[in-house]
Ligand binder design. Structure first.
Ligand SMILES: [Zn+2]
Length: 226
């Protein structure tokens, strides 16, 4: 696997900077949309797909520790990656115009690699964001952090769909060739993704999540200053 070409993630405004202990272990699935057909095509012609790599969800297989332990060391509820798979299908079905299939690049929705948590950046990202989208070679990896499913800011179904839509906007941005790492380009891409969320907000999205969208939009707009 090559180095990430580009990365971006969404941040929770309200819990950034909290201390955290981390622990880990793992799980499995596989879902796809826009799948290849019949005979095996040449690699260069292989159809791009979107799939949820359920095998990657190590935090769904953590031991069921005492509930008094911090949420970070507890397993995500059983079926979390299935929820995610269902949510991906729903977002793609409802927003077929925004996310036409097959996707411009293959997209893998996964738990962030467990070893990433051993780096400070990975550790903090897991603690302070729901996830992010990375372009590695010609595949977009949408990392879904444990905080989506567990802890004080766990998301409901409508919020999971909003979060996934945000990351899919990034995946399609990469597909359109928007992979430059300049700060201002990244901020603009974030604004586009948050605006997509606002434009498609479902009634089930709670005030805290909506608030984070507005805080982030304000922050990026301020940083851009235009
Ligand atoms: Zn983003």
């Amino acid at each position: 696997m090559s180095e990430p070409v580009s990365t971006s993630s969404r941040f929770l405004a309200r819990h950034a900077g909290q201390p955290l202990r981390w622990l880990a272990a793992v799980f499995v699935l596989e879902a796809s949309a826009g799948i290849a057909t019949g005979t095996e095509p040449e690699p260069a012609e292989r159809a791009t797909t979107i799939r949820v790599d359920r095998a990657s969800f190590w935090y769904e297989r953590l031991p069921r520790w005492d509930r008094r332990e911090p949420w970070e060391v507890q397993a995500a509820p059983p079926g979390s990656s299935l929820r995610l798979e269902r949510a991906v299908r729903e977002v793609l079905a409802v927003h077929a115009e925004d996310f036409p299939l097959p996707p411009p690049l293959s997209i893998v929705v996964q738990a962030p690699p467990r070893e990433d948590l051993e780096t400070l950046l990975g550790y903090m990202a897991n603690r302070t964001s729901y996830g992010g989208a990375r372009l590695v070679g010609d595949v977009v990896y949408i990392d879904v952090n444990q905080s989506v499913f567990t802890g004080p800011d766990a998301l409901n179904e409508a919020e999971i769909r909003a979060f996934l839509g945000h990351e899919l906007v990034h995946a399609y941005q990469y597909g359109a060739g928007h992979v430059k790492l300049g700060h201002r380009q990244i901020w603009r891409r974030e604004i586009e993704a948050y605006q997509w969320e606002l434009a498609n907000l479902e009634p089930g999205v709670r005030a805290a999540y909506r608030g984070d969208i507005h805080v982030n939009l304000f922050m990026y707009a301020e940083m851009l200053g235009d």
